[in-house]
Design a protein around this ligand. Structure first.
Ligand code: SF4
Length: 350
């Protein structure tokens, strides 16, 4: 079984050569899949029928033989449009698992938040994606195709990507790195590496590995608490890695890449939104030159966390800024369409 959409151009060229076909066919196939984002071999008008037939014999991306998918292609089974323009997609994979992706429209362009796993095993207490644990990793093609299907749906290019949907991207490290290399490839979608953010809950060894890849992307770390004691009550991963260890790996990332880290901090009423928390957080950020992105925590009915009120969010922001920290408040988009990751999928019980 071969997944040609997850192959680099070099690998695809070798694969096609191995089939005794001319190498230029590989470039054509690659461009159809990754630059023109077509959903089937049928749409590739300059590929001979004989080659398509041979590829269909070797490509097996769908276990359901009644379905005519011949290259990895996600099936949108629900799309919700928010009043603010945000579109939330529920995609079905070939094995019937469901994943979510979100399109957010900003003045500077279209951002897509992609999922990297089906479910998640990190167990963050405020998150709906982890309620059923991890089912499986997504393949590079399944991550890419979230962007391709949305591009075709809105008939516009996607300019920014955040790997911040369902799953912990660095827990699916090899496939996510392959995805990143494919999405920035010049013969493919050619997305600017500067416009890609990968968000992790803080797998420190993998943060170092990512720094060593030299990809030039931005790293966001979901911190959500300024000290280990509080963080352990919110994020089980904090039992494994301390904030001091995360800070060390963040410093390494900055040193290797020259890219400043962003700390994601979801403010939850009465949990992590006090002035004392802001002061502790400021101290941590100052040492690292890190930027803070404040997010009012999404209300997840299953978990009982409530977002901080607007006054508290702005007081927290002011407290950080007074201590010289660069802060943004992430505009909450799509609240009217189950904007929080994992919520739409949970409604479908898969
Ligand atoms: S916040 Fe991210 S890492 Fe944490 S459980 Fe949810 S999907 Fe996993």
């Amino acid at each position: 079984m071969t997944d040609i959409k997850s192959m680099t151009l070099t690998e695809l060229t070798d694969h096609i050569a191995g089939m005794g076909e001319p190498a230029f066919r590989a470039r054509q196939l690659y461009q159809w899949m990754h630059a023109k984002c077509v959903s089937s071999l049928d749409d590739m008008t300059n590929i001979p029928k004989s080659l398509k037939a041979r590829l269909r014999e070797t490509e097996e991306t769908n276990t359901d033989s009644s379905n005519s998918v011949d290259i990895t292609c996600l099936k949108p089974i629900e799309v919700r449009q928010s009043a603010d323009g945000t579109r939330k997609y529920l995609f079905e994979l070939a094995d019937s698992n469901l994943i979510e992706s979100v399109l957010m429209r900003y003045k500077y362009g279209n951002t897509v938040c992609v999922s990297s796993q089906v479910g998640c095993r990190m167990g963050c207490r405020f998150c709906a994606s982890t309620l059923g644990g991890l089912t499986r990793n997504l393949t590079p093609a399944e991550i890419l195709d979230q962007i391709y299907r949305i591009t075709n749906d809105i008939n516009e290019r996607i300019s920014h990507i955040v790997v911040m949907g369902m799953g912990e991207p660095l827990d699916n490290y090899d496939n996510v790195i392959r995805f990143l290399n494919l999405i920035i490839s010049e013969e493919g979608y050619n997305l600017s590496r500067r416009n890609i953010t990968v968000s992790t809950c803080g797998l420190t060894g993998r943060i170092r590995d990512l720094a060593d890849e030299g990809l030039g992307i931005t790293l966001a770390i979901s911190l959500h608490a300024p000290n280990d004691e509080l963080r352990r009550t919110i994020m089980p991963i904090a039992e494994k890695y301390t904030i001091a260890e995360i800070a060390e790996s963040a410093a390494y990332f900055f040193e290797k890449t020259g890219r400043r880290i962003t700390f994601e901090y979801a403010l939850s009423r009465g949990v992590n939104d006090t002035d004392e928390c802001a002061t502790e957080l400021a101290r941590l950020c100052r040492d690292l030159g890190a930027h803070v992105n404040l997010i009012p925590v999404n209300p997840v009915t299953e978990r009982g966390y409530e977002p901080s009120g607007a006054d508290r969010v702005s007081a927290f922001k002011n407290k950080l800024e007074k201590q010289g920290i660069n802060v943004t408040i992430r505009r909450e988009l799509g609240q009217d369409i189950d904007g929080a990751c994992g919520q739409l999928r949970n409604r479908h019980g898969r």
